[in-house]
Design a protein around this ligand. Sequence first.
Ligand code: SF4
Length: 359
Amino acid sequence: MQSVEPDEETEPVLAVEDLQTVFHTDRETIRAVDGISFEIRPGETVGIVGESGSGKSVTARSIMGLVESPGEVRSDSSIRFNGQELTELSDTEYNEIRGSGIGMVFQDPQQSLNPVYTIGNQIREALRVNQGLRGEAAREEAISLLESVAIPDAARRLDEYPHEFSGGMRQRAVIAMMLACDPEFLICDEPTTALDVTIQAQILELLDELQAERDLSILFITHDMGVIAEIADRVNVMYAGQIIESAPVDALFANPKHPYTRGLLGAIPGQQADGEPLRTIEGDVPTPNEEATYCRFAPRCPDAFDACNAVAPAHVDVGGDAEHTAACLLYPDGETEETRVSHHQSLGTPRDDTGETNE
Ligand code: SF4
């Protein structure tokens, strides 16, 4: 469901560079996001996909400035929104960006809706704060926003409370509230995970339409490869705090390179022959609490070899163009194991996933 052609020549709306978000405990420091980099260009939908614990939601919260103690975005991380460095903003300045430039849709719409106010109250409040609208003008605009997210009988629905809406309707109402802030960039963190398949498809279609109408850039976070295939232009696959493969969506699905990506794609239900069990990736995502001096996927990787436990894979070009990279010691293709391993040793950690390989 690719809506608008991203313009590769223009400056990115969002540029994340070497983002490191850690959580301090009494005993250790968890590297929840461990040096990831990616860009989102105007009108583009970039997906982040991975299992629970991969760091994708912490990435979203880091961009939104919502990481609280004992969490911390490390000082050498960079998050630039339209060229403005967000990691240096005060709380007040961040609030302004959250209120206007960047919107966020969470998995659970209840996180964004106040149960004691009507839907109309909450949308009108967003319109008052962000657009200065009041009274009848705010009501008319609120109705128009609810209609734009395909809520039927919007004028009546405006006076209902969140509990009177179904799950899908609540998520639409949250999206309407986001639109009241007229954002340029939307972060969607598992926005369809709690919804049934039909409603999920409707929400994805709605986001696609809104993106085309409003020229939105979207960061879409999910564990669901099927959803990513529907919505993303480009995809970053995350594992244990790192991006391990990055590619245009078509290239990723047609030619997945990293064993983890292959495992995720192989686990999509419906691909097995009759009677064949569902394929899974054995084991769990590790909690990264030390620098990656080896491949964090090694304990689960069917292709692992000795060097995987001793060398941190760097991103290398794997797809014939600079937009498809993977951090795996199996690449570059066509080289001996010794050459590949020494190539990765010379490149360092897999910190650069912007499409500019470390080669
Ligand atoms: S570096 Fe080794 S363990 Fe890691 S994904 Fe590649 S083959 Fe598997």
